[in-house]
Design a protein around this ligand. Sequence first.
Ligand code: ATP
Ligand code: ZN
Length: 302
Amino acid sequence: MDKQVSFLDQLFDQGILHDSGVDGLYARSDLFEEVITRFEALAKSFGKDETSEAMVFPPGMPIKDFETSGYMKNFPHLAGTVHAFCGNDHDHAGLLQCLEVGEDWSENQKPTDVALTPAACYPLYPILARRGALPAEGAYVALQSYCFRHEPSRDPARMQMFRQREFVRAGSADQAIAFRETWKQRGQDIMKLLELPCTVDVANDPFFGRAGKMMGSSQREQELKFELLVPVNSAANPTACMSFNYHMDNFGKAWDIRQQDGSHAHTACVGFGLERIALALFRHHGMDVESWPAGVRKALWG
Ligand code: ATP
Ligand code: ZN
């Protein structure tokens, strides 16, 4: 039997996730949400003396900023944009008629100025840029967002709508690189507390514009992106549950984020895939959280 399907079915059977009929779009149980909330508290406790502020974003971002991110250059097939009905009464009657007979009703659905957020840190950069030059100590922001990626799958670890908790650093190259190295270690420390097996590896999927000639191979050579992998569905193909990214000054240039000396800011982010981490816990420690190992329960519930 397909292992991935069986894990998903197990999650449905246990009422941890609920099927919607669309792959990758699930309702979460209270228990699943509680595990995520507890994990977020644990992750935040690691950065609490360093973060200068915290934000939670809605699942959509301004389409202009989405364009600036370069996401459409790299991942057009994953992106989602919000459309709304923009017709007149006559068009509305036509829409109702199409619905009635089960035909395509989207003719007058037009793009709005909102895109679904593909990566949790994207809405932050334009906010930082609008404030003017960064202070000397840079910015250090804790944030969370729902994200959308059009990648329907029966692998429960590959959802279409999921949350990322991130810490983002903007400032000098040294500040960004030091932050990324610190979190690479912290990510492994957190997984040790959660008693989850993990490996860290360089990743080669490009995270900014092909137009910038920043293709996967050179990214790999420059070690810009690392992933922390945990077996969730299969031991042979572990799943990226965290990523540790150094963007150099690409986002600083794209959104015009400046340092005190006028040069473009360097940025780095660490992203925790919240659903993936919760799934890894259920996969390794069982569906009954009461019987999770004492150390894991202590790390999450105190
Ligand atoms: P993958 O290679 O598995 O598609 P990614 O490299 O595209 O992941 P990032 O863009 O680095 O992922 O996103 C940060 C984190 O968000 C990932 O490490 C992962 O934990 C989580 N994530 C990414 N895509 C999904 C998804 N479809 N469903 C659930 N979590 C996801
Ligand atoms: Zn990020």
